[in-house]
Design a protein around this ligand. Structure first.
Ligand code: PLP
Length: 489
């Protein structure tokens, strides 16, 4: 990939720091559809041709990462009695925003742990043939996880699952007072987050109807204007205890301007937290630098840790030694040296580690490690560069091949305001036919009834040919549903 974008923005390829590459990327790519046309012109290929998709794959410097994953065959992903048209072809798996594919390494590592368990029993906690004693199993993943979200190791812990962590961290960081008790959240947040937030408000004796402020998109739209968020923070900031946003919205795919939201809210003295379930492993994050107070995320989406995998938390370093906040403590958050001395009082580990409660699941932690080992072969900046092209290519082909017929793209068109996901609204009466049709072509997307599909080409294991196959299949399906297309020039 670098080779073909190098002439367009040379420095991304070169030996700059990740930080500089990232800035360059943001600066150079304004319109990903225009970028696709420039690349096709340079290669002297028709941007709508299959050949062009193959050209992009050939030049993709990250294409080897696909080999690290088990890609299901088309026949293995059919549902609802759908008959696979090309059963032996690899599926086009665009559902990594719901459950990331399995890194092959996960099976090896998990089997190793099962062997240690079988042969050593409890001793595996302390002596371990692969040098991963269970008592400190989280040490294997913390640094790699920190790298993925732009944090220092002291700011990261892996523990529990997402919603439980949201509750635990809110217990410490949502401490409403009489004149500052509100929570600001985006409208239509993921239901679990809404339930968590409402129940926390009630737990403190307040009424969600007056205490929870939701930022809405303009009527009839899906994208929330940054200015609307900033205006509310400006007007109501002094009564807001916590600004809690998602990094990337699970439904619309909007990537919120986290740095600007954080800066505005910090200026007003609010605590700022993010749910990064759809952002971690998807977009470049700089949690430490952006001065975010806390963040939580699950790891089974873009972080490919497996169903129900162990989740991550970020607590900014500035809170590392603040032991005055309330906290729901457990033995795993207590000083390691005295952890097993049952008569010792709770002595919190400085940083995120002090928020751990229980000893972590080794099998879950190790399957997360398998995925983070793949992340460690590249960087979030490289993944993001490919992602911008890959999703930009999807956006481009949809536009040109389907002319906007049969669907409405509700995700921001600006590549810097979205991650890899594009959400398409489909008429309610057609959704099932579209899903089953795609399924027969071996395409897996995420279905949000009654009228939305979320399409997420993952730069780690998806190819440009995958995108080409998806759009081709969707066009045939929409054609069969009666839509007539002309190719836009
Ligand atoms: C996936 C997702 C969840 C799921 O929560 P769990 O506690 O992991 O079951 C919650 N919130 C958001 C925003 C999500 O994307």
């Amino acid at each position: 990939m670098w080779d073909i974008i190098t002439p367009l923005f040379k420095e991304i390829h070169e030996d700059l720091t990740d930080e500089l590459k990232y800035l360059k990327l943001k600066h150079e790519i304004k319109d990903s559809r225009e970028l696709i046309e420039r690349l096709a012109a340079r290669a002297k290929l028709d941007p709508l041709s299959e050949e062009f998709s193959q050209h992009l794959d050939k030049n993709d410097k990250l294409s080897h990462l696909r080999e690290e994953f088990s890609i299901p065959k088309s026949s293995e992903v059919t549902l609802n009695g759908v008959v696979s048209l090309n059963p032996n072809e690899p599926s086009v798996y665009f559902c990594g925003n719901s459950l990331g594919l399995m890194p092959k390494r996960a099976r090896i590592l998990v089997n190793q742990e099962l062997d240690v368990w079988a042969k050593s029993g409890v001793n595996g906690h302390f002596t371990h043939p692969h040098n991963r004693p269970w008592v400190s199993i989280d040490d294997t993943v913390v640094e790699k996880m920190a790298e993925v979200v732009g944090a220092k190791p002291i700011e990261i812990a892996v523990m529990n699952t997402l919603t439980s962590n949201l509750h635990l961290i809110m217990a410490s960081f949502y401490t409403p007072k009489k004149h500052r008790n509100k929570i600001l959240i985006e409208a239509k947040a993921f239901p679990s987050d809404q339930y968590a937030v409402e129940s926390q408000i009630k737990f403190h004796g307040y009424d969600p109807a007056t205490t929870l402020i939701k930022v809405n998109p303009p009527p009839g739209e899906y994208i929330i204007n940054l200015n609307d968020i900033l205006n509310i923070i400006e007007k109501e900031g002094s009564s807001i205890a916590l600004v809690l946003f998602s990094g990337v919205h699970y439904y619309s795919g909007q990537f919120f301007k986290m740095k600007k939201i954080t800066a505005a809210a910090k200026k007003k003295g609010c605590i700022v937290g993010f749910d990064l379930s759809h952002a971690a492993g998807n977009v470049v994050l700089k949690l430490h630098k952006w001065n975010v107070d806390f963040a939580v995320w699950c790891s089974y989406k873009y972080l490919n840790s497996g169903p129900g995998g162990i989740a991550g938390i970020f607590i900014h370093e500035k809170h590392a030694h603040d032991f005055n906040r309330p906290r729901f403590a457990g033995w795993w958050g207590s000083d390691r040296r005295s952890r097993f001395q049952m008569d010792k009082p709770f002595n919190p580990i400085p940083g995120a580690g002090g928020f751990q409660v229980s000893n972590p699941s080794v099998l879950n932690t190790i399957s997360l490690l398998a995925s983070l080992d793949v992340f460690a072969q590249t960087s979030m900046v490289q993944l993001r560069a490919k992602s911008i092209l890959l999703t930009g290519y999807l956006d481009y082909l949809l536009d040109k091949q389907l002319n906007g017929l049969g669907y409405k793209n509700i995700t921001p068109r600006d590549p810097h305001q979205r991650g890899c996901q594009i959400s398409l609204m489909i008429d309610e009466d057609k959704l099932e036919k579209v899903i089953n049709g795609l399924n027969s072509y071996g395409v897996v997307v995420d279905e949000r009834t009654p009228d939305c599909i979320r399409v997420a080409p993952n730069p780690m294991y998806n190819s440009f040919s995958d995108v080409f196959r998806f759009v081709k299949a969707l066009k045939i399906i929409m054609g069969n549903l009666g839509f007539k297309f002309e190719t836009k020039k």
